[in-house]
Design a binder for this molecule. Structure first.
Ligand code: FAD
Ligand code: N01
Length: 530
């Protein structure tokens, strides 16, 4: 097989890769997506577990690059289900005729930069070699499933599933004894629905998480119209916020209001439901006392919802609220009031092994028919680090990131010219409403490529000093918050041996402002090669 030529290779056909392809075509470039899955959708292609849906309201968790699309598309619920989001992504792929430039069921194994030609040589698992001027890693922040390292895990004789690699056919848990390992967002969404089917459900919890009710409901046409009448303005307003979302930010500090006012605010956020709870007070993510007030409030709600006080205690986190991504649920806590649902607190008795018949902890054996691993992802770096990426002088990305990921703006890596990462570490991505943030990142990358081409240059490379300064800034901003205070995937703490570094950038609005400044200053911190 000879080497084929492309202007750009995009890895991944999720929201990021699809929009990147659309923008590349708009620039007149010949671009191609390589996607490991058999369809478009990324997250929404892979995560088909029961209960999977978005935690950002559908009216916001959708593309805005096409006014016609956002006017015409009709979401049915406040928080769309995985099938509805996948249908939306497929519709977008068809509407913009994207499929003809996507190769499915193909994995990119390697990308090596050739200094002489200033081009990347991309290799795939079906033996293709593609030479491309640009490579965009649209590989996703939450796309590399994290299977726990547990003795005997492969010896289990029953059915085993990871939420992030769910089968395409619905799984029927009727009459089965089911174990769920993990209590993050995926578990919290799926547990109520698995419980509704299973004969018995045992949840293995290592750390409890805070969850806020979704209060999901069909979308009110009056509300939809009120957004659609001013969609562009609505989106623009959101971009001026920390989370790039319409959370109704309260500028007051929790410490500066009376107890009655504080509780009234928390109550109204609880009644509203979902992630806007994080915007109840300006100091909630910055002041430990303010955060403790929020924690006490949610812990009180858990005590109210779970009938067995001891169980309620086990389900109540003592950690910082929001330090791990807040979960959004439908009937999660109430599910534990059912007789056939039980919780194993792994802090009291850790899992020691998995065997043919089930899960063994330090003091019991749990025989089950199915194990659901809701154990999350090797987040933010997992998917890119699986690819053998070599930049200038053959330096591997693995060695460049050995002590933790280093990027410039989360979009480029010094020493790896013309390689872009959408939602890379150092970008706000996962701390925000990701879809508009993805669009922002993709637009920035597309404009940058346009600039390189207009300058008659062949490559652009982030400069090491600019990158160092950005990494230091990301850390500095992160350290002003309470985010580094728990073992979250934002810090890589969920994967044994991963360097502990706070990876995302906190604050969409200042980030976007800095990105624009860099452009206005002639791509400050980047160097072009002719
Ligand atoms: P992805 O959708 O992850 O797509 C990346 C694609 O790259 C995948 O299809 C993968 O197969 C492919 N790929 C990776 N490596 C290779 C390779 N080497 N070769 C070929 N292909 C490769 N965010 C929100 O803001 N709001 C939400 O409500 C929300 N809900 C979520 C729910 C779940 C269950 C999960 C897991 C995440 C959720 N997220 C949410 C985050 C979500 O990941 C992003 O919103 C968004 O969908 C990411 O899009 P993406 O295109 O960047 O990456
Ligand atoms: O993964 P997680 P997730 N033994 O990492 C536990 C997005 N998302 O797939 O906390 C026992 O959050 C682990 O325990 P601990 C969202 O951004 C959104 O649920 O590490 N337990 C934890 O409880 C989210 O943050 C939605 O102690 C083990 C769980 O597994 C991100 O994706 C829905 C273990 C993993 O939780 C990831 O969510 C789904 C072990 N060896 C996902 N290893 C929405 O609601 C891990 N755990 C939109």
């Amino acid at each position: 097989m000879g080497t084929t030529q492309q202007d750009a290779i995009i890895v991944g056909a999720g929201f990021a890769g699809l929009y990147m392809l659309h923008r590349m075509r708009g620039l007149g470039l010949q671009a191609r997506i390589i996607e490991a899955g058999s369809g478009v959708g990324g997250t929404w292609f892979w995560n088909r577990y029961p209960g999977a849906r978005c935690d950002i309201e559908s009216m916001e968790y959708s593309y805005q690059f096409s006014e016609e699309l956002q006017q015409e598309w009709e979401w049915s619920e406040r928080y769309a289900t995985q099938p509805e989001i996948l249908k939306y992504i497929n519709t977008v792929a068809d509407r913009f005729d994207l499929r003809r430039d996507i190769q499915f069921e193909t994995r990119v194994n390697a990308a090596h930069f050739d200094e002489q030609s200033q081009r990347w040589l991309v290799s795939t698992d079906d033996g293709q070699q593609i030479s491309a001027q640009y490579v965009v890693m649209a590989t996703g922040c939450l796309s590399s499933a994290n299977m726990p390292e547990i003795d005997g895990i492969d010896t289990f004789a029953g059915e085993a599933y990871h939420t992030g690699q769910w089968p395409h056919e619905p799984v029927d848990f009727s009459g089965k004894r089911v174990a769920v390992i993990g209590t993050g967002s995926s578990a919290i969404q799926s547990i109520p629905l698995i419980a509704a089917q299973a004969q018995a459900l045992t949840v293995f919890q290592r750390s409890p998480n805070f969850s806020i009710p979704a209060h999901n409901q069909p979308l009110d046409p009056v509300y939809v119209k009120s957004i659609k009448d001013r969609y562009a303005e609505f989106r623009a307003e959101n971009k001026l916020t920390a989370f790039n979302a319409n959370f109704g930010y309260n500028e007051a500090n929790a410490l500066e209001v009376s107890e009655a006012e504080r509780n009234a605010e928390f109550e109204s956020r609880w009644a509203r439901g979902g992630l806007p709870f994080m915007a109840a007070f300006a100091d909630l993510l910055f002041d430990p006392k303010a955060n403790e007030y929020a924690g006490d409030f949610v812990r009180g709600k858990i005590q109210d919802m779970v009938k067995d006080p001891e169980l309620a205690q086990k389900l109540s986190p003592s950690s910082v609220v929001g330090c791990k991504r807040l979960c959004v649920d439908t009937n999660y806590y109430d599910t534990y009031n059912q007789e056939h649902v039980s919780l194993v607190d792994l802090r009291e008795s850790p899992i020691t092994s998995i065997n043919a018949s089930g899960i063994a902890t330090a003091d019991a054996q749990y025989d089950v028919d199915c194990i659901v691993y809701a154990t999350g992802f090797d987040a933010m770096t997992g998917a890119v680090m699986k690819i053998d990426i070599r930049g200038r002088e053959g330096q591997t990305l693995q060695s460049a990131w050995a002590e933790g990921p280093k990027t410039y703006l989360g979009l480029a890596v010094a020493g790896f010219p013309n390689l872009f990462t959408v939602t890379g570490p150092g970008s706000p991505s996962v701390l925000t409403n990701m879809l508009p943030s993805i669009e922002h990142h993709v637009n920035w990358i597309a404009d940058c490529i346009k600039y390189v081409n207009e300058q008659g240059a062949v490559s652009i490379d982030a400069q090491p000093d600019a990158q160092e300064a950005w990494v230091a800034h990301v850390n500095e901003v992160g350290n002003t918050s309470l985010y580094p205070n728990c073992n979250s995937w934002y810090l890589g703490a969920n994967v044994p041996g991963k360097p502990r570094v706070f990876m995302p950038y906190l604050g969409f609005a200042p980030y976007a402002e800095r990105c624009q400044e860099i452009v206005d200053n002639g791509y400050e911190g980047f160097a072009l090669s002719a």
